[in-house]
Design a protein. Structure first.
Lengths: 300, 93
């Protein structure tokens, strides 16, 4: 089956319902990436360095073992080989395939990969990053409800021109978030059978083109009752960009830290970067969306 | 540690990557992967350290571009470059 995302065509042994099917014309040309079911070494890489109990990295390959799910080998930015464990369900494989493995592949292709979501604002886009639980996906759903297009959720690929590449049309939502947004989870597919987290499919992005990133918001929460917007300048811009890089520890063995620093510098030079901190209690989603829209308008 | 005086020619360590970060500078040593940041007048000094230069020469340029008296400038520069040498970011030319 042939799919498209991040401007790449993927041919995959595994069905990937989250992704957009590629146009029929794509079948005639060579795919950018192959996803195969096959043999993956059991004990890591012979030419790489061990970076964690289940992680090996070399400049050309990344080996990842997810116990009871699968082993993944991501090579040369164009091949992901998956060796599933016996009896594992495909949903669980896809969570790690479309997360860590895809993130590693995008790094190998020289992209900056951020952990967050990207929302179209006119002919540009804003990216929202932040720690797990900060409310990124909820915020994306809030923008979606207002009619904004989502370029991607979770794994955001940024090219050398600081453009976010269109990802795949879904948001991952926890049960409580979906309830608050009046989304009926009975109709949704769980991202993994045992997890109360759901794939909320979006209408296909109207535009499948990369959009320049103009704003980055770092979403967090604090025990205070007010929402704060604090612009970040100069040197202070680097740490949040680094910390919100997707699976930043992958970079260590990939010999990509130089490229990563340069991409962060390019991005830092063109964005309006703001820390937005909401109250821990009582997530006023509509108010937060309004606050960000006002800030976007104040910094065109 | 290497100590310098205002007439010692010094130069950037070429084993460093630097990225402009909104006017400031973030540098990384390729070998250790440690990050360092420089702000204020620092990025300009870093620029001048691209070729062999002494603290005396740096002081002349910086005093021409920033509102600072020469003795203070020379003393600050000596302190700053000495610190950069200690971190391995700058070396004897």
């Amino acid at each position: 089956m042939i799919y498209t995302c991040y401007g790449l065509t993927f041919v995959s042994d595994l069905a990937l319902p989250e992704l957009l099917a590629a146009a029929a014309s794509a079948a005639r040309s060579e795919p950018d990436v192959q996803i195969r079911l096959g043999q993956v070494p059991t004990e890591g890489l012979t030419d790489g360095r061990q970076r964690g109990p289940f992680l090996w990295v070399s400049p050309r390959a990344l080996w990842l073992r997810v116990p009871r799910i699968a082993r993944f080998l991501v090579s040369d930015g164009n091949l992901i080989t998956i060796a599933p464990e016996p009896g594992v369900d495909e949903d669980s494989i896809r969570v790690f395939l479309l997360g860590s493995a895809l993130g590693a592949l995008l790094f190998q292709r020289g992209l900056l990969v951020l952990h967050g979501n990207a929302i179209r604002i006119g002919e540009q886009c804003m990216v929202c990053v932040g720690a797990s639980g900060a409310g990124k996906s909820t915020l994306a759903a809030g923008f979606l409800r207002r009619g904004y297009e989502i370029l991607g959720d979770d794994v955001i690929a940024v090219d050398a021109d600081c453009r976010a590449l269109p990802g795949f049309p879904r948001i991952k939502l926890w049960q409580d978030t979906a309830q608050r947004l009046h989304i009926d989870t009975a109709q949704l597919r769980r991202i993994r059978p045992a997890l109360a987290k759901f794939n909320y499919p979006l209408a296909s992005p109207v535009i499948g083109v990369p959009l320049p990133i103009r704003w980055v918001y770092i979403l967090g929460s604090h025990p205070l009752p007010d929402t704060r917007c604090e612009p970040i300048h100069g040197l202070e811009r680097f740490t949040p960009l680094r910390n919100n890089t997707y699976r930043v520890r992958f970079l260590e063995g990939m010999a990509l830290k130089r490229e990563h620093l340069q991409l962060c510098g390019k991005l830092a030079g063109r964005i309006h970067l703001t820390r937005i901190t909401r109250p821990e209690r009582g997530f006023e989603l509509d108010a937060l969306v309004d606050r960000i829209l006002a800030d976007l308008a104040a910094h065109p | 540690m290497t100590t310098i005086d205002p007439t010692t020619p010094i130069i950037r360590n070429s084993d460093l990557v630097a990225a402009d970060m909104d006017g400031d500078l973030v540098m990384m040593s390729i070998e250790e992967g440690e990050y360092y940041g420089i702000s204020g007048v620092g990025p300009r000094i870093w620029e001048l350290l691209e070729r062999p230069v002494t603290v005396d020469e740096l002081a002349v340029t910086i005093c021409g571009e920033f509102a600072v008296d020469e003795p203070t400038c020379r003393s600050d520069l000596l302190h700053f470059t000495q610190e950069l040498i200690g971190l391995g970011l700058v070396q004897l030319a």
